[in-house]
Design a protein around this ligand. Structure first.
Ligand code: GTP
Length: 417
């Protein structure tokens, strides 16, 4: 059965991982439900914002998700996050319990690397000034590569002997080794295709093996670089430097501390804040716009008002948002996640309970390239499948691909066809 996607948060101590996690997981405005049965202490639930299917049919007022929430067609879908703390240079050699932390990474489908872009913490997280944070991007990735390579090299002699003895292909032999990282043969095959290696596996040099592990790391752990602490005055020059080094698609600028602050004030009734947006309204703003009640918000004291004004100037107006919500959206993009809406009835989009008019109660996230059959197995397990319908009772085949806007609203009919 396909697993739920899992996003790992990595970064050196004091880069802002916990603050980012808190800002992503604080479900203040959400119903707080999530579909995962066992949550170990390292795992948390974040909310991925997606456009909901209800908006396509003008049914937003009846959209009531079982898990997460939906506000005017913007749906927050629960997604599991894994906190991988304690990565420091030398982690692959066991420094700072690094091996244990790296081992946790195996289960992640994508990574968010939280980088302290203010340059006020060194490689080990100690307070400093003027540190170059681009170094963190380099060493952290290299720790992951060296950890995977180390695990492979430990057994390389035996791997080669077996490879020759059973006349295996390079894909078979490597997949055998990489399956522990949740790899699939297709992932290994596409890495090797890309590299176009000529020599047989038993003749690979250490450099070739490193190339293979690098390609595998790219494929298995697509990474969003969250440049955090953009509110700090030293951040700008570091952002400019990193932007020249790293693919723009993988960078998101964040101020996790600002997101935590805004959500807290919203929860306490001081402001209206749409999570992930640039919109913050105070009581005065709303009165000015003609609401005599000021949205029933509380009055702000001078200190809080100044903090909000500063936050708007330093973060929201300059960068468009605190960036935190975009971190998950970007990870979902890199992974190519497709939201699929299982319903009972493909005309009313309800879920079956006789007197309920609530629509699109469920939503599951699957990887790009998944078929209708994959979604079926994820949702229904081993129950025998009769047939599947999409919008307007149109039948679809188990082998059809699911995409955004196509075969992404499905009704599974159990039993014999
Ligand atoms: N200026 C600023 N400070 C931040 C931001 N995010 C986090 N911090 C501060 O950075 C420090 C470290 O943040 P944490 O979230 O505890 O960092 P961590 O990566 O979880 O650290 P460890 O638990 O040691 O691994 C704290 O003092 C935070 O308040 C931010 O966006 N801007």
């Amino acid at each position: 059965m396909p697993r739920d996607p899992l996003i790992g948060l990595v970064g050196k101590p004091s880069s802002g991982k916990s603050t980012t996690l808190n800002s992503l997981t604080d479900a203040s405005s959400k119903v707080g439900n999530f579909p995962f049965t066992t949550i170990d202490p390292q795992r948390a639930i974040g909310y991925l914002q997606i456009p909901c299917a209800c908006a396509r049919f003008d049914l937003s007022d009846r959209c009531k998700p079982n898990y997460g929430s939906c506000v005017e067609g913007r749906r927050s879908v629960p997604i599991e996050l894994l906190d991988v703390a304690g990565l420091v240079p030398g982690a692959h050699l066991g420094k700072g319990l690094g091996n244990r932390f790296l081992d946790d990474l195996r289960h992640a489908d994508a990574l968010v690397h939280v980088v302290d872009v203010s340059g006020t913490t060194d490689a080990e997280g100690k307070a400093t000034r003027g540190y170059d944070p681009s170094q963190d991007i380099v060493w952290l990735r290299s720790e992951i590569v060296r950890w995977i390579q180390g695990n492979l090299m430990e057994k390389w002699g035996g791997i080669k002997r077996r490879h020759i003895a059973i006349k295996a292909t390079a894909v078979e032999t490597l997949q055998n080794q990489f399956s522990g990282y949740g790899s699939k043969a297709s992932v290994v095959a596409s890495c090797l295709d890309r590299l176009g290696l000529k020599q047989p596996l038993q003749d690979w040099s250490d450099e070739t093996i490193e190339q293979v592990v690098n390609a595998f790391t790219d494929e298995k752990f697509p990474t969003v670089i969250a440049l955090n602490k953009i509110d700090h005055p030293d951040a700008d020059k570091n952002i400019a430097k990193i932007a020249k080094m790293v693919d723009a698609k993988s960078i998101v600028l964040t101020s996790a501390i600002s997101e935590v602050f805004l959500r807290k004030l919203a929860k306490q009734g001081f402001i209206k804040y749409t999570e992930g947006s640039e919109f913050v309204d105070t009581r005065e703003d709303l009165i000015e716009r003609g609401d005599p009640d000021g949205g029933r918000l509380k009055e702000l004291d001078e200190k809080l008002r100044t903090r909000i004004e500063n936050l708007k100037d330093l973060v929201l107006y300059r960068f468009g948002s605190t960036g935190v919500v975009q971190v998950l959206s970007r990870a979902a993009e890199l992974l190519g996640l497709v939201p699929v809406f299982p319903v009972r009835n493909t005309s009313s989009f309800t879920s079956g309970s006789a007197n309920s008019t609530a629509v699109f109660r469920d939503c599951v996230l699957v990887k790009r390239g998944s078929t209708v059959g994959d979604v079926y197995r994820k949702v229904m397990g081993d129950a025998p499948l009769a047939y599947v319908e999409t919008v307007g009772a149109k039948r679809v085949s188990e082998d059809d691909l699911v995409e955004v806007g196509k075969n992404d609203i499905l009704s599974f009919k159990v039993g014999r066809a």
